[in-house]
Design a protein around this ligand. Structure first.
Ligand SMILES: Nc1nc2c(c(=O)[nH]1)N[C@H]1C(S)=C(S)[C@@H](COP(=O)(O)O)O[C@H]1N2
Ligand SMILES: [Mo]
Length: 322
């Protein structure tokens, strides 16, 4: 029998606090079991007998977002594009091929170990992460390669998690790590990156309210191709900073070396703030292609979040700290 995995079950509400979520799951599982029984009964006439499994198809609701646009009036990118055009090098470098390789990915059980320079190191299970009040955040996502999407995330601000573990005064940066499991992630058998994928933020960037840990998209739990069960989203930085399928978060004193800094230091800096006037060594960053729309549009400084985040970089030369 097909195991019913929580990620296949769609929460109906955008605000999925744990209780609502559990209620939703309970109701859904009950109805699945009931329909399985019905199916089996109905099927006796035609279906083979011994060993035959009742056919269970998880009834997943349509992807739903509360918002219709982002705060600038940009339309949301459609769910098919968000889940069908991905950068996830742990699986493949071929964007349209990621989704086809994630079917058996085990995103449950899952734990995120938060430690380093903190008073209360804690391993959070997904149930515990879902206890942080979840909200919808519509963010533009701008890939360093020159394409972008508008995504209705579900998640919660990272600062809430950091508050729980109580960073020590010496903590200056946050270091994030993706799962390393080549048996499940075939791309990790190749050497494009020195695995596991590592990213980092300055502590004040990590504590900024725009920085979230995402657990869903369009009201549904994250699919593996988008970084299930939990990934970072930092909307004013190039997409590669938004590390997927996180298993480890450490508060550290020194600036972490991200995977992309390690592999091409002159092309991918630590800051990676979206900036139309700082070209990538191999291409301009002045414009972008919005997936699902024609033509190119101008890229905005800090991806349009200048008012919120420019203060973090006061007095810094954005060309030097790219
Ligand atoms: N672990 C991991 N995280 C990752 C990546 C990756 O290859 N591995 N790709 C990054 C890049 S380059 C982008 S643009 C975004 C893409 O996120 P999406 O596929 O959910 O749109 O994820 C980022 N996070
Ligand atoms: Mo990217």
């Amino acid at each position: 029998m097909k195991k019913i995995h929580w990620s296949e079950i769609t929460p109906e509400h955008v605000y999925l606090n744990r209780r609502q979520f559990m209620v939703g799951v309970g109701a859904m599982v009950t109805s699945l079991v009931m329909s399985a029984c019905t199916e089996q009964t109905k099927g006796t006439a035609s279906a083979p007998t011994s060993g035959a499994e009742p056919k269970i198809v998880a009834s997943t609701a349509e992807p739903q977002a509360v918002a219709q646009t982002d705060e600038l009036g940009n339309e949301l990118t459609d769910y098919a594009s968000i889940t069908g055009y991905n950068n996830f090098y742990e699986f493949t470098l071929y964007k349209e091929g990621v989704a086809g390789l994630t079917n058996t990915f085990q995103s449950s059980p899952w734990e995120v170990a938060v430690g380093g320079l903190v008073r209360r190191p804690t391993a959070f299970g997904m149930e515990e992460l879902r206890e942080f009040e979840q909200e919808e955040r519509v963010y533009r996502m701008r890939c360093v390669e020159g394409w972008s999407m508008v995504i209705p995330w579900i998640g919660f601000p990272l600062w809430r998690l950091l508050e729980e573990v109580e960073p020590e005064p010496e903590a200056k940066y946050v270091r994030f790590e993706t799962l390393y499991d080549p048996a499940q992630m075939p791309g990790q058998k190749s050497g494009v990156i020195d695995w596991p994928y590592v990213e980092g933020l300055r502590l004040d960037e990590a504590r900024h309210d725009l920085t979230i840990l995402a657990t869903g998209i369009y009201g549904k739990p994250l699919r593996p191709e988008n970084g299930a069960p939990v990934r970072l989203v930092v909307p004013w930085k190039y997409g590669f900073k938004s590390i997927k399928s996180i298993v480890k978060i450490d508060l550290v004193e020194e600036m972490p070396t991200s995977s992309w800094m390690a592999s091409a230091p002159r092309e991918y800096g630590f800051y990676a703030n979206v900036n139309p006037s700082v070209a990538h060594p191999r291409w301009s960053q002045a414009t972008e292609r919005r997936i699902g729309e024609g033509g190119r549009q101008r890229t905005l400084l800090f991806n349009g979040y200048e008012e919120e985040v420019a203060g973090l970089y006061e007095g810094m030369d954005l060309r030097e700290f790219f």
